[in-house]
Design a protein around this ligand. Structure first.
Ligand code: FES
Length: 103
């Protein structure tokens, strides 16, 4: 079980308990504002775009090549950007904070 905190575009802080699956799935299940997961998690829509807290970037790891390709199309993307459907929830991510990027 990992506690993941999402900072929503309207400034809300939502912490979810996630056991498995992706960060996107955990967020959609809890109805976190700004995370839609329109493509179902196959890395093609970017409606799950988040920015990882700087202190966590190493533990979360870098984006894959496919993910980078999608993120390059996003105006808001920067070096902290990830697609949350591509981040697998593990115990190691307990305490992670990500910022939800408004579409
Ligand atoms: S849910 Fe579509 S890219 Fe993540």
């Amino acid at each position: 079980m990992a506690k993941i905190t999402f900072l929503t575009p309207s400034g809300e802080k939502v912490t979810v308990d996630a056991a498995s699956g992706s960060l996107m799935e955990a967020a959609v299940e809890e109805g976190v504002e700004g995370i839609h997961g329109d493509c179902g998690g196959v890395c093609s829509c970017a409606t799950c775009h988040v920015k990882v807290d700087k202190d966590w970037m190493e533990r979360v790891g870098p984006a894959s090549e496919d993910e980078e390709t999608i993120l390059e199309l996003e105006d808001e993307a920067d070096e902290r950007s990830r697609l949350s459907c591509q981040i697998e929830v593990t115990e190691a991510l307990d305490g992670l904070t990500v910022e939800v990027v408004e579409e």
